[in-house]
Write a protein that binds this ligand. Structure first.
Ligand code: KIV
Length: 272
């Protein structure tokens, strides 16, 4: 029996596939906590990624590598409690699926059981095939992630655009086809040439969600804190800022500090 609210029709992996089939664009954002996830969901987003970018955005690490399975589950369960409509996808953190497929399956099951998320996302192609197959066969929806895969940053050495050379582009197309054929429900393409992303979206059946991959894919994803302008330092070319929350939050807090110092807050109406 379902406990979902009768008024809200939940977005599922099938909804996203139908959207691609109808040529309707899919909107996706990251979220890591209850309060912001609630607003993101209320705004009508189709899918939320509890990204391992939480490692950078929430914890201040330089890379996504340090975040643990338990920390991802904490973030994901907070998001799940807030969301009424969007599909919630949870990143499998570095080190929880690359070792072997048994370990990968165990990690994915832990995420699904303890966070209540609806799907997992994994970075990589051929090299993680066995783990993808195992997780899918347990009935867990998997989203792939190719192009710039931040968990491999020490292999790449930089965060620059991937797959500009023909050989890497061909390999990416092969990996995308493989993930689609295995039964993944979607694929994130990060920071690759727009013409390549277009080709992938036209070639494979499943929805392709881009970040820095142009607009001829099936949908877009951005990191929430970047697009809301909470993080001011990160300024890649693909990022559009939709708000300047850094300035708004800073000025609100400065005003509060000032009011406390001048004993203007609390006033008579704000006390008992
Ligand atoms: O962790 C993350 O935020 C991501 C997106 C950039 C796609 O993987």
């Amino acid at each position: 029996m379902s406990t979902y609210s009768a008024e809200v029709k939940r977005v599922t992996t099938h909804t996203l596939q139908e959207m691609k089939n109808r040529n309707e664009k899919i909107s996706m954002l990251t979220a890591y906590d209850f309060s912001l996830a609630k607003i993101v969901d209320e705004a009508g987003i189709d899918a939320i990624l509890v990204g391992d970018s939480a490692s950078n955005v929430m914890a201040g690490h330089e890379t996504t590598l340090p975040i643990t399975l338990e920390q991802m589950i904490y973030h994901a369960s907070s998001v799940v409690r807030a969301v009424k409509r969007a599909l919630v996808v949870v990143d499998m953190p570095f080190g929880t699926y690359q070792g072997n497929s048994t370990e990968a399956l165990k990690s994915a099951i832990k995420i699904m059981k303890e966070s209540g998320g609806h799907a997992v996302k994994m970075e990589g192609g051929q090299e993680i095939k066995e783990s993808v197959v195992r997780i899918l066969s347990a009935g867990i929806p998997v989203m792939g992630h190719l192009g710039l895969t931040p968990q491999s940053i020490y292999k790449f050495g930089t965060y620059t655009v991937r797959a500009k050379e023909e050989q890497e582009a061909e390999r990416l197309i092969e990996d995308a086809k493989m993930l689609s054929d295995l039964g993944c429900f979607g694929l994130v393409l990060e920071k690759i040439p727009a013409h390549l992303a277009k080709k992938v979206a036209e070639t494979i059946q499943i929805p392709v969600i881009g970040i820095g991959a142009g607009n001829e894919v099936d949908g877009q994803i951005l990191v929430l804190h970047d697009m809301l302008g909470i993080n001011k330092e990160f300024k890649p070319r693909f990022l559009r800022r939709y708000a300047d929350l850094h300035t708004i939050i800073l000025s609100g807090i400065k005003q509060y500090v000032d009011d406390v110092r001048k004993i203007d807050f609390p006033n008579e109406k704000e006390q008992y």
